[in-house]
Design a binder for this molecule. Structure first.
Ligand SMILES: [Zn+2]
Length: 417
């Protein structure tokens, strides 16, 4: 058994050290792409003989493969190594009203993607049934060896237990064992996280916050939430509820929120609140564009406000300004509290674009301490709805790399290893 040979020949390396450095090797190949053995050894500070043993082991697991020769730096040419081409990760982004599923290679590049509307209130079995079916479809489009699945859910998630805990207006989801249910079906590690946290990871891996260790990602969609990345890690809090800024109270006499309280940020500027205010404007006749859209569609959504803003409708612009000001107030407090290196705004309502952005910027720059805003970009996400899928796949890769290189699984691996 190969694992035992490694353990015996490397008596100074504990099991954790070995599995930890294998996970680091895999993560380096994911984040920086194919590399020569010499580069890898230098970058990770691993000696040549140990690196060779670990790469050989990872190759036997089918996780890495040779990728030709590197250009010579004098002496022998070094072999290039990359993550195996057939490895597949699946990232799932379940929103309140939609499901997005993407299959990626081991570097989290999306190879196939599917999206469909879905009401989260149908409960876990119907919704996860759709997730399983959509995953089967995207894996047919980009077949390979599935090594991990990540899934983001729109509510407070216990990351440790892989389930939602007491989500408002999501009947049947409270403590439903999402991770274990899906892991049984797929036979690979599954990571469950809050949807905003996985979007933040997507921004860090492939979006505007690439390589930033400290930033906040604010999602404005049906709900409003915030992913807090500190020292390169998502900060989840004790119960996984950190960043739940949608229910910060802005006024004691504000509109009623879906959580049962009044005056929450979300009750002013979430997707449902925006649709409500747009309908009121349309009926009042103060917004000609919204009135026309209401006549055409019989109902208005947050996206109609974006259409009206793009058409230069003054009343719709006023709605966005009011919402942006309230969002800006909350973000200003966040900035004072976390001192992030960037604020990224994403989610459906972020489609309101630069009107929203300029309002948020003016409030934050006015209200936060100059030291915190001196070099603080406030920007819109550029991933156009893919942030959740990419972040979930990235999170799954981390878990998969660790699982596949821990002692238990190595011992349990087939005899030819
Ligand atoms: Zn609320």
């Amino acid at each position: 058994m190969f694992w035992h040979q490694v353990a015996l020949t490397r008596q100074d390396a504990t099991v954790e050290e070995t599995s930890g450095s294998r996970a680091r090797l895999l993560a380096a190949l994911r984040d920086d792409g194919p590399a020569s053995r010499v580069e890898l050894g230098e970058r990770l500070g691993v000696q040549r003989t140990r690196l060779a043993a670990e790469l050989a082991s990872l190759e036997r697991y089918g996780l890495v493969e040779p990728a030709g020769h590197a250009a010579s730096r004098g002496g022998r040419r070094s072999t290039m190594v990359r993550l195996a081409d057939n490895l597949r990760l699946v990232g799932v982004d379940v929103g309140a009203t939609s499901i997005d599923v993407g299959v990626t290679d081991a570097r989290c590049e999306v190879l196939a993607h599917a999206s469909e509307p879905c009401d989260i209130r149908q409960g876990p079995m119907p919704v996860l049934g759709r997730v399983l079916a959509m995953t089967a479809t995207v894996l047919r489009d980009a077949p390979g060896r599935l090594v991990g699945v990540g899934i983001g859910l729109p509510g407070p998630v216990s990351y440790r237990d892989g389930m939602l805990v007491a989500p408002p207006i999501m009947p049947g989801w409270d403590r439903f064992p999402v991770r274990d249910h899906l892991a049984r079906r797929w036979g690979c590690p599954v990571v469950v996280d809050n949807d905003v946290n996985v979007m933040a990871l997507g921004e860090r891996h492939a979006g505007v916050a690439r390589s930033l260790d400290d930033f906040v990602f604010v999602k404005v969609g049906t709900g409003i939430g915030c992913g807090i990345v500190v020292s390169g890690q998502v900060y989840r809090g004790v119960q996984g509820a950190a960043g739940d800024i949608g229910h910060i109270r802005l006024a004691d006499d504000g509109p009623v929120c879906s959580c049962g309280e009044v005056g929450c940020l979300e009750a002013y500027f979430g997707g449902a609140a925006l649709a409500r205010d747009a309908m009121a404007l349309a009926r009042s006749g103060r917004s000609p564009v919204l009135t026309q859209l209401l006549e055409d569609h019989k109902e208005l959504a947050a996206s109609d406000v974006a259409t009206a803003v793009a058409a230069g409708d003054g009343a719709a612009v006023g709605l966005v300004r009011d919402g942006g000001r309230r969002l800006g107030q909350v973000i200003a407090s966040l900035v004072s509290f976390v001192n992030p290196g960037m604020v990224v705004i994403g989610g459906g309502v972020a489609g309101l674009g630069h009107q929203l952005l300029s309002e948020v910027r003016s409030v934050v720059y006015r209200r936060s301490l100059p030291l915190a805003t001196g070099n603080l970009p406030i920007v819109l996400s550029e991933l156009e709805g893919k942030a959740g899928v990419i972040g979930a796949a990235w999170s799954a890769s981390d878990r998969a790399f660790q699982a596949v290189t821990t002692s238990d699984e190595a011992v349990a691996a087939p005899a030819q290893l």
